[in-house]
Design a protein around this ligand. Sequence first.
Ligand SMILES: [Zn+2]
Ligand SMILES: [Zn+2]
Length: 712
Amino acid sequence: MQLQFLGAAETTSGSSYLLSFDQYQVLIDCGMFHGPEELKQRNYGDFPYSPREIDAVILTHAHIDHSGLLPKLVKRGFHGPIYATGVTADLCRVMLADSGHIQETEVERKNRKLRRQGKPLLAPIYTVEDALNTQGQFRRMVYDEEVTVLPGLRLRMRDAGHILGAAIVELWVTENGETSKFVFSGDLGGLDQPIIQDPTFIAEADYLIIESTYGTRLHEKRDERFTHLAQVVNDTLRRGGNLLIPSFAVGRTQDLLYALRVLQDRGDVPPLTVYVDSPLATAATEVYQSHAQVFDYETRSMLREGRSPFEFPGLHYTESVEESIALNSITGGVIIIAGSGMADAGRIKHHLKHNLWRREAGVLLVGYQAVGTLGRRLQDRAEEVRIHGERIRVWASVDTISGFSAHGDQEALMNWLKRFRHIGRVFVTHGEPEACHGFAELIRKELHVPVTVPKLDEVFVLRGKEVRSTWSADLKEVHVEENFAGVFQAAQGAEAELRASYGYANRRYKIKNTFFTAFNLGSARHFFEEAAALRLIERGAVKPGDLDLDSPELGEKLAELTGKRTWEVVREEVLRPAGLSQTAFYYLDHLPARAASGYTYTSSGAEVENVYAILREGLEPQLFSTAHDLHRFWLVLQAGELLNTENRTLLLERYAKPGGWYEVRGTAPGCRVFLAGKLTGGELAILLSNGEEGAESVYQQLLQLKGAPKWQ
Ligand SMILES: [Zn+2]
Ligand SMILES: [Zn+2]
């Protein structure tokens, strides 16, 4: 049996686990990645498996970070069943269509720009139509029902108390006559969430895969939360302003409506005028209302008494854009709930634009606000923000209530874990690195069970108590000096055997290096220029005699012959055709957050950042790439996809080392880069560093472990 972590590994998005047993392959969730660009890139391109060969998908719940790539999976040939609760299937109908619509509009906007620039156009990951096409493959389950999915695979879904329809997945997998039990927590709710039931307690798991979004934090308690909400509502209304609440459409919006209904019934707030200005939230609320049988006892009692949280006299659901725009003329006295939850998209931006500058207005943040979003800037008390290109002064008051999350906090997660009678092994997923590792440590300490925090793409072979990562154990023993900052990877063909990242990408802002950090390639850029030259020759765009690969002026010559800048030629001839989406040219004084700053020392021993390199290297943009992309580049070269064999030989012969190895080195102040690989066999070692110390030593160890002869 094998379990591969294709998402939600040291991150909260892209949930997807591939379980292989006998001759079968089953996916648990097929989520979309959010957040940093380098993660989002994983939404594009091919799946790391063949969709046609997947026998079934088991879906924990409808949130896009768990379901978002299902339409793409179906479009690429998956024709098996998708097991989910009936509520999840209904929510997916509206959420996946909405996601398809977002991608169509986003791509259309980008294409308008590309068309004007005469560049190739993009295609959406999937369309509304693709999203609707997945509906036929859903197999609707009810909680606690047990079904046989495949020979040797039984499934039961239990209420996860996260959003309506969310499930904890229990799987019994039989291989070679032995049965192992898997429990995938999916996203787990807290203990006293409105509307939905508390998470079901599970007794046994040989392998437990648990989320850790709030694994190291605690929420406000429900009573405090309601009191806090009443206070914010009353304060804003007393000032005569509007209260704006950016909110996720599914889960959070319904929880808020519930709370507002309860506060009104108790007389803690006056009768309210509330606008839900989000077609998705409206559609999701309708799905909620049609599945009242799975509500918790409290909410079912409210409904019996004729007190629906989703219908009260002052509650309006706006439909059209005109209705939404009309809200802009209301200067005070109403509550507006709209998406997106972090205020970086959707209708809430318009409402913020029309209210932030009013002293009487209020903004209430009820969910996690990621770094870089408008919601986060408001939370951090920015005095001025930019919305649709306009600068808006922030005079409105801004409040945060933390408990409205659909995720249980550390206490709720531990409480759920402690109800198990038997756990063989825990894998901690779905959390930022600090949360995953912090929570893993806590489980180890309190439950005394083996705990693993899997890396993205890591594969585990599971045989009873024996759990072995296929990532090489020797390679995990690489000794890394304390002052090393960078990443390294060892691979065999397309399979990564080890990945690790150390130190800071940016020391001033304490941004850590991750596997997807881009590093300056320094002089290794010449390798890319040579590849570009050979491709121009291969395409017949320039004559072989016009370019001398060994000339130090090759870059200038490329520019001269093509009438373009050298970096444009490299981008068009190498980066684009090889699909290196994480590789780009950046000016050293304008680095994006995902690129590492280089650190070096002056002759007097003072540490300096980038600046020094600018003086040395001039003002040309520098080539930055990730370990992921260098690995890809090597595979593309190996497959003969960028250059034919003859030109590839011309490119590589000057980098040849003993034993069939090739080595490319790059240096610049504050940058050390190594790539060593074989064409036959597929051995590969990559190291990228944004400092100067410790890099050579790690690289030599990687080479030794990969069996390369010494050539220094
Ligand atoms: Zn969720
Ligand atoms: Zn999630």
